[in-house]
Design a protein around this ligand. Structure first.
Ligand SMILES: O=C([O-])CC(=O)C(=O)O
Ligand SMILES: [Mg+2]
Length: 508
């Protein structure tokens, strides 16, 4: 085996059997100009490449230069995805070398913009598209995937991509991006990973009206037909790839996300990243913040703006963590308040709209609509937003948080960047530099009154690649919620004093 065949590509086929132009066309076996003269002779690729033989180091330098030529992030995304298609190993070497710089290009926030224009960017296939018209034949479609040893699938139906809503089939950018992180951060071999979009239609008028749109051109199928399709998919995955194949649900709409998790969590190897992965990262951030506020978790009052997948998932995990500090479930829930589109969630709210997940946090209180008034009344120590309402944490709200707390904890978790509840700069400025801030999408450091603050990125990317690696390595057949509390504690424990003193609740 030549020196550039990294362990990413092994145990799949016998490398020396794939020769000539096929060798260059297989992204997982291509070494580009790093093929040595001997390799070129031996593999029948002499003359198919320019004469220069480059070291991996030189290849990385070349990629870096190439990448830097692009000004717009979306163009960098296109370049990087092209590199992945041509030369997988080099792509992942680049990701490893420049992780923090490249993550926002391959993943959030750029991937959001990519999904919005995915059909018009389309150049090459990656992953599988299974449509509602394949109902009855999902297993046969899965048989078309050329790899037999798939260990993990990230699947979306594209209905709630980040905070930007229904993207239909174009939501595919998300499973692709998530699985890039499986390899780049979790070290999971690329050929173990399969991104899948289930296309049941889209309710996005922009997509339906776009003549370049690649998905099926109809409104979303719902109800029994949708459920049967999902059920067929789950069973087809097990039949095709085995019971241990991990299925990560990503960016499904709220009701389906909760319903499908309940339905499958005890019988399939599955988790929902938006509910459980986000919970893991947010709880890790909260646990790390306690080292700054010098409080026990149970001595906090936590207010959630938004009562969707992310916040309800975080709340559940916080309840679990508080119970471990010795209080009852009821007591733990009493410390958590939620706000949805109709205002503070309270018992017997006249407007109703409280499903059974939200009802767990509906306390006896006067109804209040306005978030500012809610913050003034409830006096939270921790304020967490995941409602995709940009700017909902106003100057007044941030000032109120600073008035009531020495070190207010403020998380603006919505993605991508332009959906954040407030910017890092707003958070530090309006709390006079005292807040402990984290956001879902990355913000650059902020200098306020001469001090530089480094906001942490409370994104589930700290959780899902590691959880997936653990699940795959241990052969777990189901994944309980405790897994995510363990992950949260593990993450909080590697936040060191230097991170905290820089204002960051997460490691770099
Ligand atoms: O993808 C991300 O950056 C985090 C996430 O799961 C979401 O916002 O849906
Ligand atoms: Mg997501």
């Amino acid at each position: 085996m030549d020196e550039h065949e990294s362990n990413l590509t092994d145990n799949r086929h016998c490398p020396s059997l794939i020769r000539g132009i096929d060798r260059l066309r297989d992204s997982s076996l291509n070494n580009g100009l790093a093929f040595s003269r001997e390799d070129r002779q031996r593999l029948g690729i002499q003359g198919l490449l320019p004469p220069k033989v480059r070291t991996s180091e030189d290849q990385l330098k070349h990629c870096r230069k190439h990448l830097d030529r692009y000004e717009k992030n979306i163009d960098k995304y296109i370049y990087l995805m092209g590199l992945l298609e041509r030369h997988e190993n080099l792509f992942f070497m680049l990701m490893e070398k420049y992780t923090s710089e490249l993550l926002p290009l391959v993943y959030t926030p750029t991937v959001g913009a990519a999904c919005q224009m995915f059909s018009s960017l389309y150049m090459h296939n990656r992953g599988m598209y299974i449509t509602i018209f394949d109902k009855g034949y999902v297993y046969d479609v899965l048989r078309n995937w050329p790899e037999n040893d798939v260990r993990a699938i990230v699947v979306t139906d594209g209905e709630r991509i980040l905070g930007i809503g229904d993207q239909g089939t174009d939501g595919m950018g998300i499973p692709i991006g998530k699985l890039c992180l499986y390899t780049a951060l979790g070290g999971i071999k690329p050929h173990y990973c399969l991104p899948i979009t289930l296309d049941v239609g889209t309710n996005s008028k922009a997509k339906l009206d776009d003549e370049l749109y690649m998905g099926i051109r109809q409104r979303r199928v719902t109800g029994q037909m949708y459920d049967e399709f999902l059920d067929e998919f789950m069973h087809a995955v097990v039949k095709r790839f085995g019971r241990k194949c991990l299925i990560q649900f990503e960016d499904f709409a709220n009701a389906n996300a909760f319903r499908l998790l309940e339905k499958y969590r005890n019988t399939f190897c599955t988790f929902n990243d938006d509910i459980q992965g986000t919970a893991g990262v947010a709880v890790a951030g909260v646990l790390a913040s306690l080292r700054i506020t010098n409080k026990k978790l149970i001595n906090n009052v936590i207010l959630f703006q938004g009562a969707g997948e992310a916040n309800l998932g975080i709340a559940e995990l916080l309840v679990m963590a508080m119970k471990e500090e010795g209080i009852s479930e009821a007591e733990a829930r009493s410390k958590i308040w939620m706000v949805d589109s109709k205002g503070l969630i309270v018992k017997d709210r006249p407007e109703g709209g409280i499903n059974h997940h939200k009802a767990l946090y509906a306390h006896a209180h006067e109804p209040i609509k306005c978030l500012e008034e809610i913050v003034r009344t409830i006096k939270p120590t921790i304020l967490i937003g995941a409602s995709a309402i940009a700017g909902v944490f106003t100057k007044e709200i941030l000032q109120e948080m600073a008035k009531n707390n020495d070190r207010p904890v403020i998380f603006a978790l919505s993605n991508p960047t332009d959906k954040a509840e407030c910017t890092a700069e707003e958070a530090y400025t309006y709390t006079d530099g005292r807040c402990i801030f984290a956001s879902g999408s990355p913000f650059p450091p902020v200098t306020y009154k001469g001090k530089k603050y480094y906001p942490g990125q409370g994104n589930n990317s700290y959780i899902f690649p590691g959880v997936a690696l653990g699940v795959i390595c241990s052969g777990m057949l189901t994944i309980d919620n405790e897994t995510f509390l363990i992950a949260a504690r593990a993450l909080a424990n590697i936040v060191d004093e230097e991170d905290l003193s820089r204002g960051s609740l997460y490691p770099p």
